[in-house]
Design a protein around this ligand. Structure first.
Ligand code: UD1
Ligand code: CA
Length: 451
């Protein structure tokens, strides 16, 4: 049997944030979710999260995760005190307890599998994950012999000068034999610089404690402040980009782009500089995104070009061209072979296939048919000050430059709207609608005086 327990009750004082530390995000996913995800391949029988500071907020955020058990630690008297709270919920449990720090989010599943496997093979009371760091400042130091047996862990702030030179650090990830751990937990004391119960003090209480060293030291980066958060983000981003490069995606200037880890990107996609892909995005083969484009929770078909544009919670089908400087707001759906051009805003609207909205338009709450041509500066006036209203424009219709369509309004198929018209009434199919004052000419308005 395997139980995992994530320590997530601390305040995260050093983050200086209103948000509990484990709810900070990396690559668009919270630290806590990342830690839990890294354990999934182990198929744990129990999944416990120890919460305290802003416990309700954390529980609410994690409500969609099935099989999570929250254990309250109140007040928060250190990592050892946190693990002590498990005694009430794991009384009859027998097997391994994998303890993870909620602020160590870059662990790979492979590393955790290795830790648990090694622990089971060696049959010790605890196996902990360590790393040799060039700069071990801030981490607990692990004192071990050449056979991998650990004597004790001393926290950075409790180390003397000599001890500080040891650069073998504690990652905060431990695989315990739960029943052995239970027996030593009552012996913990708070005789340290923080006056807290440290889980690290249990290590010296067992007959044998072992450690294994992580291969990639980046995996055990802990996050206590924003600087460390940014270091982890940078590492993660380069990992995500390298992954997609190996899947056939070209990055023109990789380090200027960010991508969340919930995306899917097709083959022969080119990501131009300064492009950011957030949330859950799907990008089809042979798209060209950017430069300077922001995508959020959107789906793009094949061969879509999007340059200097923002696309949010929208769907774009195949062979569509977007931008430069277009804004697709939530609920927009652009069909095959359409074109959304310069300085155009689309909101909650369907754009039929092969339609064009090329210049300076606002299209909101609108259903546009196929092969429609929206003239420069056409606006759907969808808001009457109180409510939003809908516009419908049939296939092959054309609006002249600077038309205003006051919603609710329906234009049939093959309608032509004269430039500069403000329409407030429906237009039947095949009609021409013009609504503007007639041009007046007054000749010799400027009197030419004789020389
Ligand atoms: C801890 C380890 C240190 C290790 C480092 C790795 C201890 C005493 N020290 O130090 O050896 O090198 O992690 O990153 O364990 N937490 C609770 N309840 C509490 C206090 C903390 O749940 O009462 C949680 C925090 O939310 C956090 C984790 O435990 O997720 C670690 O706490 P933190 O204060 O960050 O420990 P470090 O000083 O980083
Ligand atoms: Ca920490």
């Amino acid at each position: 049997m395997l139980a995992i327990a994530v320590l997530a009750a601390g305040k995260g004082t050093r983050m200086k944030s209103a948000l509990p530390k484990v709810l900070q995000t990396l690559g668009g996913t919270t630290l806590l979710e990342r830690v839990l995800k890294s354990c999934q391949q182990l198929n744990p029988d129990r999944q416990l999260v120890i919460v305290g500071h802003k416990a309700e907020q954390i529980e609410k955020q994690m409500k969609d995760h099935i099989n999570l058990e929250f254990v309250l630690q109140e007040p928060q008297n250190g990592t050892g005190h946190a693990v002590k709270q498990l005694d009430k919920v794991l009384q009859s449990f027998k097997g391994e307890l994998l303890v993870l720090n909620g602020d160590v989010p870059l662990l790979s599943s492979e590393t955790l599998i290795k830790l648990v496997t090694e622990h089971r093979r060696k049959k010790t009371s605890v196996t902990l994950l360590t790393a040799l760091l060039e700069n071990p400042t801030g981490y607990g130091r692990v004192f071990a012999n050449e056979e991998g047996l650990v004597k004790r862990i001393v926290e950075d702030r409790d180390c003397n000068k000599e001890e500080k030179k040891n650069n073998l650090i504690n990652s905060g990830i431990y695989c315990f034999d739960w029943q052995s751990l239970r027996k030593v937990l009552p012996k913990l004391n708070n005789n340290n610089s923080q006056g807290e119960l440290y889980i690290t003090d249990t290590i010296g209480m067992f007959e044998s404690s072992r450690h294994i060293e992580v291969e990639d030291t980046n995996e055990v980066n802990g996050i206590n402040n924003r600087e460390q958060l940014s270091i982890c983000e940078e590492y993660l981003q380069s990992k995500i980009r390298n992954h997609w490069m190996n899947e056939g995606v070209t990055f023109i200037h990789p380090s200027s782009c960010t991508i969340s880890d919930n995306c899917k990107i097709g083959r022969d996609v080119v990501i131009e500089p300064q492009t950011h892909i957030r949330g859950k995005c799907i990008i089809g083969d042979s798209c060209r995104i950017g430069p300077g484009t922001f995508l959020n929770n959107s789906t793009l078909g094949k061969r879509v070009n999007a340059i200097y544009s923002v696309i949010s919670e929208s769907t774009v089908e195949n062979d569509v061209s977007i931008g430069p400087f277009s804004h697709l707001r939530p609920g927009s759906n652009v069909s095959d072979r359409s074109r959304i051009g310069n300085f155009v805003e689309i909101k909650n609207s369907q754009i039929g296939r092969s339609s064009k909205v090329n210049h300076l338009s606002y299209i909101g709450d609108t259903k546009l048919g196929a092969e429609v041509n929206i003239g420069a500066g056409t606006i759907t006036a969808n808001f009457d000050g109180k409510q939003k209203h809908k516009t419908s424009i049939g296939d092959r219709s054309k609006t002249g430059a600077n038309s205003v369509l006051v919603a609710p309004i329906i234009l049939g198929q093959d309608v032509t709207v004269g430039a500069g018209s403000t329409l407030t009434k429906n237009v039947p199919s095949n009609a021409l609608a013009i609504s503007r004052s007639k041009q007046l000419i007054k000749e010799s308005w400027i009197k030419i005086s004789p020389p």
